[in-house]
Each structure stands twice: as C-alpha cells, then as structure tokens.
Design a protein around this ligand. Structure first.
Ligand code: HEC
Ligand code: HEC
Length: 258
C-alpha cells in the first residue's frame, strides 16, 4: 500500500504540485513536502492548498483514515465544510478504494511539518456537495489501456480537469480534452490549456507517442519550447511506461475537437 501510495502521489496524482511549497527554481521543496502550497488565484477564488502532512495541529494528523478518504473523494472535511476548487473533487470521486487508501497510507508517513495555512476565499458559493457521497469505487482493470488511461487522466491525475472546457464551472465532458482554459502562469502572465484530442492541426494528431511522452514527463514540446510548471512534469517524470502507454492510448481515443 505504501509503495503504491508513494508511486501515485509522487507521480500521476501530483498532489504536491499544489500542496508542496516551491523554491525559486519552481521545483518542489522536498523536506516541506505537502506542508501547504502557494496561493492560487482566479477571478473567483483565492485558494490556499492546505498543509496535509501528519502534523496534528496544522496538518491532518488528527483526522482518521476514513475522514481523509472522505475529504479526497467527497470534498468534505471532518467539520462538515466543503473543500473548494481548484482541488478536482469532481474527478477524485472516481478514485478506487484501493488507490485512495494507498494515498492515505503515504500521507500518514510524510514528515510532519508545522505550518498553519490560511483559509481560502471564494467569490462564488460552493455547491452544497459534489454529489451523492461516494463510499465505494471499484478498481479499474489494466487489460484495457484506453479504460485504464481514462482513469489515470481523470480519477487519479485530473489531467482532464484542466484540459476540458468548462460550462458553468463544470468540465464539459462532451468536449473532453479540447482545452482552452486560462490559468495564471507561475512567474506571471496567463497560460491556456492546450487541446489534447487527436485533431489536426488544433490537437496532438501530428505528435508521435514519444513526443507526447516527452511533453508530459519533461515539459518539452516537439518544437523545443518548454511548458510552464503549472504542468506537473516534476511528478509525471515518475509515471512508469505501462501507465504512460495507457495515457497516450486514452488521448488518442478522444473525439477530435476544434
Ligand atoms: C489543483 C491543486 C490541487 C491538487 C492537485 C490537490 N489539491 Fe488538495 N487542496 C487544494 C486546495 C486549494 C485546497 C483548499 C481548498 C479550500 O480551502 O477549500 C485543498 C484541500 C485539501 C484537503 C483538505 C485539507 C484541510 O485541512 O482542509 C485535503 C485532505 C487535500 N486537499 C488532499 C489532497 C490530495 C491527497 C491530493 C492528491 C490526490 C490533492 N489534495 C491534490 C488544491 C489541490
Ligand atoms: C493544473 C492544470 C493541468 C493539469 C492537471 C494537467 N495539465 Fe497539461 N497542460 C496545462 C497547461 C496550462 C498547459 C500549457 C502549458 C504551457 O503552454 O506552457 C499544458 C500542456 C500540456 C501538454 C502540451 C500540449 C501542447 O500542445 O503544447 C500536454 C501533452 C499535456 N499538458 C498533457 C497533460 C496530461 C497527460 C496531464 C495529466 C497527467 C496533464 N496535462 C495535466 C495544464 C494542466
């Protein structure tokens, strides 16, 4: 369980891309892993990724395993309040029982760091819930790379949260992967999530599998330009070959979108 949790949090799930503070080079500070990340701003929120280390006072040390699972999959804290965006609860709802338990097992043993994070502020009302409470989600079998790749890109890695256009604040799954969302780029300016569907020329139809993998793992495009560190390639570099093949198979299966 611990190995699986380490693999997921250190790779596809990339919780630390939001929850770990970063140094001046934009890379995560290892000995402050998951102790609370930089504030994230959008026109509707000033969100502060919480300290999720096992520190009992400023982290989640006093929460039970079930409470942490509930926070990740249902967005509900032990005190009943809801976790707001940009944490991708709508996607994490599909995280399997085994995988969410593995992630909690990993969280339990990271170094406890004392760091009191401020509350986030939202200019939009949060929904009363993210849907009927999830109490069970089955494992996704790996024999079908497209299905497993979908799970990696949604329930585990929330790629499709950023890369799917939004309607009324929700990902428009009819146009899954079509991109077009604006984000504040680390270091300033705005960056738009690209179209990852197999469309030509708007999407990634012209990219080879190897080029796609290099972009995801190293943040390097075929033309030699670099992706900003909003993309969690400091984590995705740890995604293994089988999972990377599944991710690519899934992207190639999407409906081409303009
Ligand atoms: C895109 C950024 C982002 C990612 C990725 C992310 N989170 Fe969060 N998370 C947040 C933000 C922001 C908050 C605080 C939201 C609020 O204040 O309502 C939060 C809150 C939480 C909380 C509630 C903590 C508390 O004390 O209130 C937990 C637990 C949590 N995240 C766990 C995780 C885990 C585990 C992962 C990886 C599977 C993860 N998060 C991935 C942004 C993120
Ligand atoms: C936090 C939002 C976010 C998440 C999560 C995310 N991406 Fe991205 N991605 C972006 C943005 C924004 C860019 C553009 C970066 C730039 O222009 O420098 C990008 C760029 C890319 C590119 C380069 C495409 C191009 O045409 O340049 C690929 C490929 C990609 N992402 C795949 C993925 C995959 C696969 C995942 C999940 C494992 C993922 N992304 C998760 C926001 C995200």
């Amino acid at each position: 369980m611990l190995d699986r949790g380490r693999y997921l949090v250190g790779g596809i799930a990339a919780c630390g891309n939001c929850h770990t503070p970063k140094g001046p080079d934009g890379k995560p500070i290892a000995d402050r892993e998951l102790s609370g990340g930089a504030p994230m701003d959008s026109p509707v929120f000033h969100a502060i990724p919480a300290n999720i280390t096992p520190d009992p006072e400023t982290g989640v040390g006093k929460w039970t395993d079930a409470e942490i699972v509930d926070a990740i999959r249902n967005g509900r804290r032990p005190d009943g309040t809801l976790i707001g965006p940009p944490m991708a609860i709508a996607f994490y709802r599909d995280m399997s029982d085994e995988d969410v338990k593995a992630i909690v097992t990993y969280l339990r043993q990271v170094r406890p760091v004392v760091n009191k994070t401020d509350a986030s502020t939202y200019k939009i009302p949060l929904p009363p819930s993210y849907g009927p409470p999830v109490t069970h989600a089955p494992d996704v079998v790996r024999d079908d790379p497209v299905a497993y790749g979908r799970y990696l890109a949604t329930g585990l890695g929330h790629c499709m949260d950023c890369h799917t256009p939004r309607v009324k604040g929700r990902a428009d799954m009819a146009r899954i992967g079509a991109g077009g969302n604006d984000y504040s780029a680390p270091g300033g300016g705005t960056v738009t999530s690209p179209n990852l569907t197999p469309a030509n020329p708007d999407g990634i139809a012209q990219w080879s599998d190897a080029q796609l993998k290099t972009a995801i793992r190293e943040g390097l495009r075929p033309d030699g330009s670099r992706l900003v560190r909003l993309m969690a390639f400091d984590w995705y570099e740890n995604v293994d070959d089988a999972d990377m093949n599944a991710l690519v198979a899934f992207l190639r299966s999407l409906k081409p979108a303009k």
